[in-house]
Design a protein around this ligand. Structure first.
Ligand code: FAD
Length: 491
């Protein structure tokens, strides 16, 4: 359906509008009830909405349109919100119109790329969603070793284009995650010990700021913003494209899982803790406590991205440790490994997560982790990812991402097929986390939730917070972009 038809259809739909209150309003005045930035009720004049729709190349969706429900849904079904408008942007021009419209009406605004925010930050109730899902172009320049990525692209699309040239950069571990949200907050992945965070590999961002201006941020242009966009999330505007540095890499890696019964978990965790910092940076090992085949167990996910003969040698003692009951490590295409967790973290289930960074993991810490996990081993998966190697070679103040002194990233992730009983389970997870949290210092803002206080943010970002606040005040003083790991314009 063409946009102009939609606008007509949208207003004509008033007679069959699913919300009686709204249809009455529309029939009378064409105005739309909506939420302001601070949550107050407001009316969007019908004529403004119509002019906004007419200014876009993409569709402007409202409730009642056949595409509305598909577009409004996000990865975490816990957040079943109904925005008043979804601007399906096709490029920077549409993004600028959407930002102008939002600012002029002080309209509650969410920015959506892959829609994988754990805490549902890329949607909103009664506001505007600036939806980048149609902006999915990825172009690789093999000679320059650069990828030019539109901001709605998913990680699988980035990996796929890079692999065709024997190139790669750090991306997250689930292929349907959005590249933009992940990169703006940092970006851990199976190649991170070797190449650093996804944001460490960015050479430039294209950005529309709250005043509707288009900027390029790189080492040479708007360097302050370039600093802030690498770890400061979506606070400073809508990123419309990202340019990444790429690295040569064999598209076939050695990957798979090793599994042990929970009775060996203590030894396996100590072993993991001891060997991880000694291993070459081509090796990624995630260690996880999880319920599998009707029993609690401990597993390692392995990804070796270097020379295969050397990888076999490095992995030999690990595969022989204790008495593993599962081992499927084999040569596999990196892009296939990047889909291994796509199903267990599928779109549309109900999720909750907590996380923190560990600078060390003591024997006592391991005992505590095992104790907390085994009390209710079906409640969540508990994972450790390495944060050493290239991650730590970047100074904490070189980018806005602050947690450069960590050795491990620890997370609890729970998934349910239905929302029933979720509140009680979330409370149990919070209780478990309160016991584990003292092991950690700082957290990954891309997985943060409403529990994180301003003090926690201050502790997490350290000296970087003041710089982020100054940037926010300069580029978004009205805090138009507040549905994110929000940095206020003043503290
Ligand atoms: P969205 O929900 O679209 O956006 C997330 C936040 O970023 C929102 O606040 C949004 O407004 C903002 N944002 C998104 N795009 C833009 C933009 N273009 N301009 C301005 N603001 C924007 N993290 C890792 O580091 N490594 C992993 O391996 C990893 N795996 C994950 C697997 C799954 C299944 C999930 C759900 C998350 C994972 N994460 C991982 C966390 C992930 O980094 C965040 O959830 C991230 O925010 C997702 O980005 P998105 O674009 O999909 O999300």
């Amino acid at each position: 359906m063409k946009r102009r038809e939609f606008v007509g259809a949208g207003f004509a739909l008033a007679a069959t509008w699913p919300l009686p209150g709204w249809s009455a309003v529309l029939q009378k005045s064409g105005d739309l009830p909506a939420k302001s930035l601070d949550g107050a009720d407001l009316m969007l004049p019908g004529s403004s909405v119509e002019a906004f729709a007419a200014s876009l190349r993409g569709d402007l969706l409202m409730q009642g349109h056949e595409a509305y429900d598909g577009r409004r849904r996000v990865w975490n079904a816990m957040f079943d919100k109904k925005p008043v408008l979804i601007a399906c942007c096709t490029g920077t021009s549409d993004v600028r119109r959407a930002v102008d419209f939002a600012r002029e009406h002080r309209l509650l605004t969410a920015v959506r790329a892959g829609g994988h925010s754990f805490s549902g930050k890329s949607t909103c109730e009664g506001g505007l969603v600036i939806d980048l899902q149609s902006m999915r172009g990825v172009r690789v320049d093999p000679a320059a070793r650069r990828a030019y990525v539109e901001a709605g692209s998913l990680l699988g699309e980035l990996d796929h284009e890079c692999a065709a040239f024997g190139l790669a950069t750090t991306a997250g571990i689930v292929s349907h995650t959005g590249a933009a949200g992940l990169t703006l907050g940092g970006g851990f992945g199976r190649l991170g010990r070797r190449f650093g965070l996804s944001c460490d590999n960015v050479t430039a961002f294209d950005l529309v700021t709250a005043d509707g201006h288009f900027l390029r941020a790189s080492g040479d242009e708007n360097a302050d913003l370039f600093w802030g966009l690498r770890g400061g999330g979506g606070n400073f505007g809508v990123v419309t494209a990202i340019e990444y540095r790429l690295h040569r890499m064999n598209p076939v890696i050695l990957g798979g899982y090793l599994g042990w019964p929970i009775s060996q978990a203590r030894d396996v965790m100590r072993y993991y803790r001891d060997i991880m910092p000694t291993l070459p940076e081509e090796l990624f090992i995630e260690c996880a406590l999880l319920w599998q085949k009707d029993a609690p167990s401990i597993a390692m996910e392995i990804c070796w991205s270097g020379d295969h003969a050397e990888g076999e040698a490095q992995l030999k003692p690990i595969r022989a440790f204790g008495k593993p009951v599962f081992d499927d490590i084999a040569p596999i295409r990196y892009v296939d490994m990047q889909t291994f967790s796509d199903q267990s973290l599928a779109i549309g289930k109900y999720y909750y997560a907590k996380n923190g960074f560990l600078q060390a993991l003591t024997d006592d810490g391991i005992d505590l982790v095992l104790d907390v996990y085994q009390r209710d081993p079906k409640l969540f998966v508990l994972f450790f990812d390495p944060c050493d190697g290239a991650y730590r070679r970047v100074a904490p103040d070189a980018t806005a991402f602050p947690n450069r002194d960590a050795m491990y990233w620890m997370g609890l992730v729970a998934a349910w097929d239905s929302p029933e009983g979720a509140d009680a389970k979330i409370e149990k997870i919070r209780t478990a986390w309160r016991e584990l949290e003292p092991l950690a210092r700082g957290f990954y803002a891309n997985l943060s939730d409403a529990d994180e206080t301003m003090k926690a943010y201050r502790d997490n970002y350290g000296a970087n917070l003041e710089r982020l606040v100054a940037l926010k005040a300069k580029h978004d003083a009205m805090n138009l972009f507040r549905l994110n790991a929000n940095v206020p314009p003043k503290i």
